[in-house]
Design a protein around this ligand. Structure first.
Ligand code: G3P
Length: 217
């Protein structure tokens, strides 16, 4: 499973990139607002750090403006994935950019039918929002599983990008039901490394090694 980080925080991206676990980055207008940075220079900086796909979202909702914004964003770097909303205009932009070999991430997906439409439009990634479905009493994980089955039935190449991840269990559960990618907030990626028995075991190994008085180097 690929791990993307869902953030506009450049320092966090650089730190996570050093772990060797980071396969890409996703941003959205809310994360850009939170970063307090200028959008285009920030996206350029992110593309300078991370080699994998970097999602940059269009701001307009009408086809004519969205396609211009999408082409401008795609020109920033070869690893840009243009993010478009799951609307008729957004999917029209998706089809056009995909036909020109630009990566497209279709966002704000909340149903299997929407995911089917995105695949037909040639999306590189479909982003079902797990957490926001759970928030309203629905089952985000069931949606990921349904999309995986449908894409498998028809051999669609569109990658399932589990988004709106709120806790560690969302990550392994998405992997179990067939998501190709999880986009995860930085704090949760760091939590994935942690287990109290790892800390306890390491403390004991360090203490016992010190008691031997030996040195490897
Ligand atoms: O980037 C899209 C998605 O991951 C947003 O998550 O937490 O705002 O629902 P959230």
């Amino acid at each position: 499973m690929k791990f993307f980080v869902d953030t506009g925080d450049l320092d966090e991206i650089a730190k996570l990139n050093e772990t060797g676990m980071l396969d890409g980055v996703t941003t959205n207008p809310s994360l850009i607002k939170k970063s307090g940075k200028e959008f285009i220079p920030l996206i350029k900086d992110i593309c300078g750090i991370v080699r994998g796909p970097v999602s940059a979202e269009v701001a307009a909702t009408d086809y004519e403006t969205m396609i211009k914004e999408g082409r401008k964003l795609a020109d920033i770097a070869s690893n840009i994935a243009v993010k478009v909303p799951l609307t008729p205009a957004g999917l029209r932009v998706c089809k056009e950019l995909s036909d020109d070999d630009v990566m497209v991430n279709v966002t704000l997906c909340f149903s299997a039918n929407q995911a089917l439409l995105a695949a037909k439009a040639g999306a590189t990634f479909i982003s079902p929002f797990i957490g926001r479905l759970d928030d309203i009493g629905l089952d985000g994980m069931e949606l990921i599983g349904d999309i995986a089955q449908i894409y498998d039935n028809y051999g669609y190449d569109t990658q399932i990008l589990a988004a709106s991840i709120r806790h560690c269990a969302h990550v392994y559960m998405s992997a179990k039901v067939g998501a190709d990618v999880a986009t995860i907030p930085p704090k949760i990626i760091w939590q994935l490394f942690q287990h109290p028995l790892t800390d306890k075991g390491l403390d004991a190994f360090v203490a016992d090694w010190a008691a031997t008085g030996q040195s490897i180097l």
